[in-house]
Design a protein around this ligand. Structure first.
Ligand code: MG
Ligand code: MG
Length: 264
């Protein structure tokens, strides 16, 4: 069942989404070689709680193996759902940082992939193209289009660049639940899937691999890695349809400002 949101609800969702954006900006200031993912996670959790939010990922999932942290930090060949560890980041790594917050009963859920120090040009291109895929997908989120129009646009741009599009994990509706209908795959056919309507809020999140589209899960029951161990990137925004057009509720402006202010 797809829950449509009214303007008031969308404004509350914007608040939750922007809290995630500001949390990711805190992380952006600290990403550098030698820093540990667990340290980034601690900063994020403190910021979220200090601002009246609840870290939505902590304790998420199966009772026997709940996710243990506030951030998913997925390094290099890790696609998503990486568990923060005490192993310091290395120069040349990429880390995808995904964060979820619940505030006023509504969830925000978005992600950014950061370069640690100097990365290879071909890895930078993977980041650039994955971010392009996100915005190209968002452009298709207009009333009257279908979910498949978003999916097709993302897949086409990724594959045109020779990249693999992950099949096992998809974007989703967002609201009073972190994962609502509809699913938003990053692959598919134009004109297929549920119709997009005023008041829909979707988390659009391309997960794009430098090599094969195939992935596997590590023994920790969470971390998804590429089958060929080549790098993977992940960018995610929360987007509402307002007046028939996509409006991005989250924002990378905070992150970009933070990255620009850091002397490296
Ligand atoms: Mg996410
Ligand atoms: Mg998501």
């Amino acid at each position: 069942m797809i829950y449509l949101k009214n303007r008031e609800e969308i404004e509350l969702m914007r608040e939750s989404a922007l809290m995630v954006s500001r949390t990711l900006a805190i992380v952006a200031r600290e990403v550098r070689p030698g820093v540990t993912p667990l340290y980034l996670d601690k900063l994020a959790e403190e910021f979220i709680r200090d601002n009246g939010g609840v870290p939505a990922f902590k304790g998420y999932g199966n009772r026997n193996n709940p996710f243990p942290a506030s951030l998913c930090i997925s390094i290099n060949e890790a696609v998503v759902h990486g568990i923060p560890t005490n192993t310091p980041l290395n120069d040349g790594d990429i880390i995808s940082v995904d964060c979820g917050v619940k505030k006023n009963g509504f969830y925000g859920d978005h992600a950014y992939t950061f370069a640690v120090g100097e990365i290879k040009p071909e890895v930078q291109k993977l980041l650039d193209v994955t971010k392009e895929c996100l915005y190209i997908g968002i452009e298709k989120m207009t009333s009257g289009n279908r979910v498949g129009d978003i999916s097709y646009a993302i897949q086409t741009h990724a594959e045109k660049n020779g990249y693999g599009v992950v099949r096992e994990l998809v974007g989703h509706g967002l609201g009073k639940n972190m994962h609502e209908d509809p699913e938003v795959p990053n692959f598919g056919h134009r004109g297929n899937g549920p119709k997009l309507k005023e008041g829909m809020v979707l988390a659009i999140e391309p997960m794009i691999n430098m090599g094969t589209k195939n992935v596997k899960q590590l023994g920790d029951g969470w971390t998804i890695i590429t089958a060929d161990r080549k790098p993977s990137a992940h960018f995610e925004h929360d987007v509402a349809i307002i007046d028939g057009k996509p409006e991005i509720l989250s924002s990378y402006a905070y992150i970009e400002e933070a990255l620009a202010s850091v002397v490296r």
